[in-house]
Design a binder for this molecule. Structure first.
Ligand code: DOR
Length: 433
């Protein structure tokens, strides 16, 4: 190391895809990792900032494949800035912003607008483009012009592409462009009018339900379309035992599908809706215990690729409405890592695979994100204490919204420092701007 470092992360355990070792991490003024070895902190001069990482894991920053930042059009609920602050407080160095904004991110002009906002954000903001114009499922959006601006992931999230021929054509274009399509799996005609999972609890509560098959039939269809076109499909927020089984079988037969699960689908059940509290309303809906167990088991087996937050801020005005009138969605960025550490009982490296390097590869940003933690790589790093306990409150944290279902739930694992491109944006749990 020739130059004086900007920051030294001292006394932690470095964990990346290559393994685990005790080491300090020096970060240079160019935003790159300068050295990873023991004893850097004691060599650091007085002007170097030393971040205490004793008892902590020093990992590649987390990458969220599924974040609603609500800009443009939904600024009362979230902005790119407020969402990115929640992201870094949750250990995320990069998020993929969903295109169900107003207007939708379905052309070069809106992509540019969100990219511009992203440049001032606390973390990297990757923009997902819509597959169809206005996410209406009818005409293909100009995927090529968005891909030319660097968009690598396309989805109509908030809705699935209903027409199989439109999805097939989109997959063929995606192959030519070298981009990936992601699907929100939901057959509208089956889900119409539903507000929670269709089952025992929806009957008891008298709330119209959405059957598991509304999701599973589209997963099945898109496995077939992936096989037909040879194009990869990424499945968003899978929530049922059936979906997981379909994906596992498809992968065994060599179909190029990947899948993510949201934290609420391995931590909450449809029984939560008995409170009639719309903070438990989400889409896909919370499922029964057996589905939650199946999703969890698949994560533990390593047969799914990512945990993605589906961070979906909504104003209190919207969420305080009666269950059937409130919009679906819950906050997720600041609690995802702790929920995974608390509930999955996996070693930290396996949790990090699901939250960092595997999603980085799916987002196509593994050249700069997801590690490895070694000299010469960009310093996108998350430092967390895997043993620290904390309890989220109902303030919603840094989000402009407060719709967390986890207020009062005791969690284990807390983010201490986050560095984005070498800048310490969170120090000792406090955002620095
Ligand atoms: O619960 C959800 N909320 N599911 C979605 O697919 C969309 C999201 C939102 O944008 O609020």
């Amino acid at each position: 190391m020739t130059e004086r470092p900007r920051v030294v992360i001292a006394g932690g355990t470095v964990i990346d895809a290559a393994g685990e070792r005790a080491a300090d991490v020096a970060v240079g003024r160019d935003g790159m990792i300068a050295a990873v070895e023991q004893g850097l902190a004691s060599a650091a001069g007085g002007r170097d900032r030393v971040l205490d990482a004793r008892g902590c894991v020093v990992a590649p920053g987390l990458v969220d494949l599924h974040t609603h930042l609500r800009q443009p059009g939904g600024e009362q609920a979230e902005t790119v800035e407020s969402g990115s602050r929640a992201a870094v407080l949750g250990g995320f160095c990069a998020v993929v912003a969903m295109p169900n904004t107003d207007p939708a991110i379905d052309c070069a002009a809106v992509v540019r607008e969100v990219q511009e906002l992203g440049r001032a954000a606390l973390c990297r903001v990757e923009v997902a483009g819509a597959i169809t114009v206005d996410r209406a499922g009818e005409r293909l959006a100009p995927l090529g012009e968005m891909a030319a601006l660097g968009v690598r992931l396309f989805t109509d999230d908030g809705a699935g592409v209903q027409d199989a021929a439109v999805m097939r054509r989109a997959l063929e274009y995606a192959t030519d462009l070298g981009v990936r399509l992601a699907q929100h799996c939901e057959i509208d005609s089956l889900a119409a009018g539903g507000h929670m999972h269709e089952g025992e609890w929806s009957s008891r509560l008298g709330i119209p339900g959405i059957c598991a098959e509304a999701e599973e039939i589209m997963v099945m269809r898109d496995v077939a379309l992936s096989r037909l076109t040879g194009a990869p499909v990424h499945f968003q927020h899978l929530s049922t035992a059936g979906s997981v089984a379909i994906v596992e079988a498809a992968r065994r037969s060599g179909v190029a599908v990947t899948a993510e699960v949201a934290p609420h689908h391995f931590t909450l059940t449809d029984e939560c809706c008995a409170s009639y509290d719309a903070r438990f309303k989400v889409n896909p809906p919370l499922r029964p215990r057996e589905d939650v167990a199946a999703v969890r088991a698949a994560l533990v087996r390593g047969s799914l690729d990512a945990i993605a937050t589906d961070h979906a801020p909504h104003t209190s005005d919207a969420k305080d409405r009666p269950f059937e009138e409130a919009p679906p969605g819950m906050l997720g960025l600041e609690t995802a890592l702790a929920l995974a550490l608390t509930e999955l009982k996996l070693p930290p490296a396996e949790v990090l695979a699901l939250l960092s390097w595997q999603p980085a590869a799916i987002a196509g940003i593994d050249d700069t994100h997801g590690g490895p933690v070694e000299a010469g790589r960009p310093a996108n790093l998350c430092v967390f204490d895997p043993a620290a306990h904390w309890t989220p409150d109902d303030s919603g944290g840094a989000s402009r919204s407060r719709n967390t279902p986890y207020a009062g739930r005791r969690l284990r694992g807390r983010v201490r420092h986050t560095l984005v491109a070498g800048e310490p944006v969170v120090i000792d749990g406090e955002a620095q701007r």
